[in-house]
Design a protein around this ligand. Structure first.
Ligand code: NDP
Length: 334
């Protein structure tokens, strides 16, 4: 960052210097009859140029020095005077389930890419969310948090209105909240079915529906839905989860068609088994069986999922929409 800025500054100075030489040459032609006037003009001109350049450099190096010793990363962007928060780019990202295993890595990665990031949490997790935020702020991640129950449409509406009011725009939406309630169908109770469908699939409607008009109005958006390899291939004991995650893929493709000419892309990321508490909760012998079937021979790291999300969230990814990116170590290649 500092090197790029320094290079840009030197480039500007060289351009200015070349322009200055050009001016001197023109003056020489104009003032050939008065060498004294020419010499004085040139001398004062160069002095002024040298003075400006030196103070520009001094300023730049002071900034670089300060940012080097400051735990917060070097910042550009504007300060929101009302909230005291700095907006690095004019991009604002919301990550549902942002304080979970994969969500945390997504938040950190989007923050590192210069976005203002907001992670959602559910009310009963308020204390944990506060601790999570403090811990990450100490590490230099100025991530905001907001309460939202993704299974409740009115809670999502409230959250989206609040964010639009506070930040003025929401550009990136990552639907990452999710749960499992694994049972074979013959043992599955209706509440297990609804809990999983509500949290993994209805949630995508509840949240996305509340941001979509805003994104259409601003003519820009990146929506990324976190599905699962088990939504692609099915999994024993997961009729509810596989149905919900497969539903997300269909939702993604349909919405991508609806929004393709609005500057909004909609994509799905389908992780395989990732080393988070969701997978750690699987009994050891089953987990070992799962790992034995993964061609790459290990679980995915949450950061590997975050990399794909960041790629889809980038401005350069404007031609990728309705896609389904598999990150499963070769477990499923359908
Ligand atoms: P986590 O349990 O760590 O994170 C899920 C997050 O969603 C938690 O923060 C959870 O909050 C939140 N959440 C649950 N219910 C709600 C709700 N009603 N409203 C708002 N937030 C809610 O799981 P992972 O990080 O592992 O999973 C993240 C996503 O990735 C999920 O959608 C999951 O299905 C998907 N996935 C995960 C894989 C894996 O191997 N881990 C594989 C493939 C897909 P709380 O902790 O309070 O419940």
């Amino acid at each position: 960052m500092i090197n790029a800025m320094t290079l840009a500054l030197y480039h500007d100075m060289v351009t200015e210097f070349t322009n200055h030489l050009q001016k001197v040459q023109n003056n020489m032609l104009k003032c050939w009859h008065d060498p004294v006037e020419f010499s004085l003009n040139s001398f004062f001109g160069f002095t002024e140029f040298a003075h400006t350049s030196v103070s520009q450099l001094a300023h730049h190096h002071t900034d670089a020095f300060t940012s080097y010793f400051n735990p917060e990363p070097a910042r550009s962007g504007t300060l929101n005077r009302k909230t005291g928060r700095r907006i690095e780019t004019n991009r604002v990202a919301v990550v549902t389930g942002g304080i979970g295993g994969i969500g945390t890595e997504i938040c950190k990665r989007l923050f590192n890419d210069g976005n203002q990031v907001v992670a959602t949490f559910i009310a009963i997790e308020a204390e944990h969310a506060g601790t999570w935020q403090k811990k990450h702020r100490k590490e230099g991640y100025a991530i905001d948090i907001i309460e939202c129950n993704v299974t409740d449409f009115s809670s999502c509406k409230k959250m989206s209105r609040q964010l639009e009011k506070e930040y003025g725009r929401v550009d990136i939406l990552v639907n990452c909240a999710g749960i499992t309630r694994d049972f074979t169908l013959r043992n599955m109770e209706i509440e297990h079915w609804h809990a999983v469908l509500d949290t993994n699939l209805d949630s995508v409607f509840n949240v996305t529906r509340n941001f979509i008009n805003h994104m259409i109005k601003q003519g820009y958006g990146r929506i990324i839905n976190i599905s699962s390899v088990n939504g692609q291939k099915g999994q024993f004991g997961q009729t509810n989860y596989s149905a919900a995650k497969a539903g997300m893929i269909g939702f993604t493709k349909s919405l991508a068609l609806e929004l393709a000419d609005n500057g909004i892309t909609v994509n799905t990321v389908c992780p395989g088994y990732v080393g988070t508490s969701m997978v750690e909760a699987i009994p050891e012998h089953i987990k070992n069986n799962i790992i034995a079937k993964i061609p790459v021979g290990r679980l995915a790291k949450p950061a590997e999922i975050a990399d794909a999300v960041a790629f889809l969230a980038a401005e350069n990814s404007s031609y990728i929409t309705g896609s389904e990116i598999s990150i499963n170590g070769g477990l499923y290649m359908g």
